[in-house]
Design a protein around this ligand. Structure first.
Ligand SMILES: [Zn+2]
Length: 357
């Protein structure tokens, strides 16, 4: 049972605080404060993934006045995103803008005094360290565990705080990782959960309210870290379910003494492997194919070549090519998202046929 609260006593307390400000700890202003606000302005935050969570992070951090935002996303805006990805509009979807580019445009309209960098790339072992290195905090807006292990490895290696967050259905979870001070993602989850055991956005979808909650906690943690108020961090694996009305804080304990990442300093996901050039995209009936070697395409030339074989649209960032039941979106870095299949084999053969090896 909840104890009755004496509202009168609370009023009196508030009145005393107002009457006698000298009794409040004046060493540090509550919340962000003026000094904190100045710190935010000189900070750089990396938002990795700009879907539902990343959109919410970007807006909150921009409005809070974080001076430099780097937004990284591999995908483009589609109409089906608009139900939960607050950064985007119907026009972005019609123009097929990359999410990072569309988000950066909107952020400049929200707060013209901050710097925004947009990168339309797939985060992988070859670029993750470059992306995190000069950032003060990294905030997770991705939708898969393999990218989160990359973030975890890069952040532990370079000693950068990062904030894990995930949401599916009405359930969400978040944890703040301060390398060597708190458990890292690998301490908590030695391996990704088996694909079939957990609902994914394929099967469950996600509702906006849980996105708002998880993002609110992640961004609050980012602001505490940036303003050096680490004593205010929640220090837990925090879980929520807005449909079942559950809200839990799990004590993660100390870092695991045998953790391969933060105890033994092995960063396996940062090493090149042959396996990560193709990926089935969650809930999209689509596959992403990445070239084995980095390259830069001339999009106009590619569009001209493909025009003879199907319907083509091109903008500054990508070419969209429709052929039969498939739609290929090809980015400047020669990466392609192939819609109409969730079979890597089929996607690979379409890639080889229309874009090259
Ligand atoms: Zn660890």
């Amino acid at each position: 049972m909840i104890e009755a609260i004496d509202l009168h006593a609370l009023d009196e307390h508030a009145a005393r605080s107002v009457d006698a400000p000298g009794t409040i700890d004046e060493e540090r202003e509550p919340g962000v404060g003026a000094a904190g606000q100045r710190r935010l302005l000189t900070s750089r935050v990396l938002i990795l993934g700009c879907g539902a969570l990343g959109s919410a992070h970007a807006e909150s951090l921009a409005r809070a006045g974080v001076g430099k935002l780097r937004i990284v996303d591999r995908d483009f805006v589609e109409a089906s995103n608009l139900q939960r990805q607050i950064m985007f509009t119907e026009r972005d979807a019609a123009e097929r803008l990359p999410k990072a580019v569309a988000a950066a445009d909107h952020i400049r309209a929200i707060n013209s005094e901050i710097e925004v960098e947009a990168e339309t790339v797939d985060v992988n072992h070859s670029n993750v360290e470059r992306l995190v290195k000069d950032c003060d905090v990294v905030i997770d807006g991705t939708d898969n565990f393999s990218t989160r292990y990359l973030i975890n490895d890069a952040c532990v290696k370079h000693d950068i705080n990062w904030i894990y967050g995930a949401a599916v259905g009405s359930y969400g979870v978040t944890m703040t990782v301060r390398p060597h001070l708190t458990p890292c993602l690998r301490c908590m989850f030695e391996a990704p959960p088996p694909a079939a055991s957990a609902p994914t956005c394929d099967t469950a979808g996600v509702i906006m309210p849980i996105i708002s909650i998880v993002s609110a906690v992640q961004v609050s943690e980012a602001l505490k870290l940036l303003t050096e108020q680490t004593e205010k961090l929640h220090g837990s694996l925090m879980q929520f379910d807005v449909w079942r009305n559950e809200w839990r804080k799990i004590n993660p304990g100390p870092p695991a003494p045998e953790c391969p990442t933060c105890a033994l300093g092995r960063f396996e996901s940062l090493e090149a492997t042959n396996g990560d050039f193709a990926a089935v995209l969650c809930g999209r009936n689509a596959v992403q194919i990445s070239p084995e070697h980095s390259t830069r395409l001339n999009l106009q030339e590619l569009a001209d070549k493909l025009r003879a074989m199907g319907e083509v649209k091109v903008n500054d960032y990508l070419v969209r090519f429709r052929t039969g039941d498939f739609e290929l979106t090809i980015f400047q870095d020669a990466r392609s998202i192939i819609r109409g299949t969730d079979e890597i084999k089929i996607a690979r053969s379409l890639y080889a046929k229309f874009i090259g090896n």
